[in-house]
Design a protein around this ligand. Structure first.
Ligand code: 5AD
Ligand code: SF4
Length: 457
């Protein structure tokens, strides 16, 4: 989401005649677009601020902190004498960035705007998308779920969606620019709902009329609408919540050929008591039933998940429930995190972080080992199969392989060749590791692949 926001920021500032440089050493202003989701994200940012000042060796530079840390740690950022920053802007304040930059340093002030909006979706800004095969498209912002461990509802505010028309218009432009894949983004992307709120429409560049009499359109409707755009070959989305997976949505993923057969289904914990403390609104059994239903309706689905270990009061036996679910569901991949207490969250106020670092470490290591084996076994099952691979970009530097992705999302490494990024080719998988598949091109005939010098790499 921060990458997508940075593309919006570039568009906003370009309109005001700011110019972008490729190396921060040449910049008059450096902005760090920050994440506050876990402790290590925020430590990294504090380190980067010191690095930037150090590299400049006394040459003046204006440093701005943008994004979630700006809203979450405003006080600390403004008052901490060890942190030399000049201005702060939260995720809904990017249209004011030019003003904040111009005001910073005037009369020794540190201007800030961390106001959260109920309506800002930046639907009137066409982002300056990074070149490549994939474009991020933020379809909604904010989150209303208030999982007790999560800072997002406080840093990004209430959930709001752009209209279907507005999103379709952006994706149409992306297709014309040559993008082959879009990834639809939202903090809780599958609770997307287009009410076409009059206030939102007022700021839309499309002269839309309020659809007060019409039925709101949901995420499945949005996927169908986006899939009708010629030139877009693949549609991905992240991050969904298990509570927002009606059969209608699973059916679109299963049946619409452009919608990638990949669902990220964040489990967080496999224990019902912990899930309740987390305010996840589903039980272990409900999660298992959903995974079973998804696999039944879409047998070739690539399922991934997020898991937190060491949530306050989680016992060894409760952690074993998470292990059980991981083994039962057989996710293709999992992102596993140690619980990290975040300021302002319900968990930080109600539940002392009472699981020791050693316990968290031993649980994460154990789960990662189990998942690694599952991923390796699942990846190995593709050996000898032919898969459609979207060629993404040039070689990965270390090994000199060309990189592509399957519909599900596996990384596929290909030997050197005259490939064209954006092309979808048939690849025979010849080997697998827990991280990637390796393959040879089957069709089109490798010798007929021409390097397109205009392709976006
Ligand atoms: N501690 C650890 N992990 C967290 N996540 C969100 N908040 C926390 C936290 N306080 C993880 C969740 C979420 C992913 C994006 O980050 O697993 O799905
Ligand atoms: Fe955070 Fe995701 Fe829960 Fe929203 S749904 S509160 S973004 S973990």
């Amino acid at each position: 989401m921060n990458e997508a926001d940075t593309e919006i920021i570039r568009a906003v500032l370009s309109k005001e005649d700011f110019q972008f440089v490729t190396d921060e050493i040449d910049a008059d202003v450096v902005m760090l677009n920050t994440c506050a989701i876990r402790e290590n994200a925020h430590r990294k940012v504090y380190g980067r601020i010191h690095d930037i000042r150090h590299r400049r060796a006394g040459k003046p530079v204006t440093i701005g902190i943008l994004g979630c840390m700006a809203t979450n740690l405003r006080q600390d950022l403004l008052e901490n004498k060890n942190l030399d920053i000049d201005f702060i802007a939260g995720p809904d304040s990017y249209k004011r960035l030019g003003d904040l930059i111009r005001q910073s340093g005037l009369h020794g002030e540190k201007p800030f705007d961390v106001t959260l909006s109920e309506f800002e979706t930046y639907c009137d800004i066409y982002p300056q998308h990074k070149t490549g095969v994939n474009a991020w498209v933020a379809v909604s912002r904010g989150c209303d779920n208030f999982c007790t461990f999560c800072v997002v509802p406080y840093t990004r505010g209430r959930e709001r969606s752009r209209s279907v028309e507005n999103i379709v218009e952006e994706v149409r432009r992306l297709a014309i620019e040559g993008f082959k894949q879009v990834t639809l983004l939202g903090q809780n992307v599958n609770s997307y709902i287009d009410y076409s709120h009059p206030q939102q429409i007022a700021s839309s560049p499309l002269n839309e009329t309020p659809r007060n009499d019409a039925k709101p359109r949901d995420f499945a409707d949005l996927l169908d609408a986006v899939s009708q755009i010629d030139g877009i070959e693949r549609i991905r989305f992240t991050s969904p919540h298990p509570k927002d997976f009606p059969e209608k949505l699973i059916a679109v993923v299963a049946k619409n050929p452009k919608v990638c057969k990949h669902i990220h289904l964040p489990l967080q914990s496999g224990n019902t008591r912990v899930l309740e403390m987390m305010n996840r609104t589903y039980t272990q059994q409900e999660f298992l039933d959903l995974a079973t239903k998804v696999r039944a309706m879409c047998p070739d689905i690539f399922l991934t998940t997020d898991i937190i270990v060491g949530f306050p009061t989680e016992t060894e036996a409760e952690f074993e429930d998470t292990v059980k679910v991981v083994k039962d569901v057989q996710f293709d991949a999992a992102f596993i995190f140690k619980y990290s207490e975040r300021k302002n969250t319900v968990a930080s106020k109600r539940y002392p972080d009472n699981i020791t670092e050693d316990q968290k470490k031993s649980r994460i290591v154990r789960l990662q080992e189990i998942q690694k084996e599952i991923t390796y076994k699942k990846n190995s099952a593709y050996i000898g199969k032919t898969l459609k691979v979207l060629l993404e970009h040039g070689t990965n530097k270390l090994k000199n392989d060309f990189v592509g992705r399957t519909d599900g999302g596996h990384l596929v490494l290909l030997p050197q060749g005259n490939y064209q990024s954006g092309q979808i080719i048939d690849v025979m998988i010849i080997s697998a590791s827990p991280h990637a598949l390796k393959g040879n091109v089957i069709s089109p005939n490798p010798s007929s692949l021409q390097l397109d010098t205009n392709s976006k790499i």
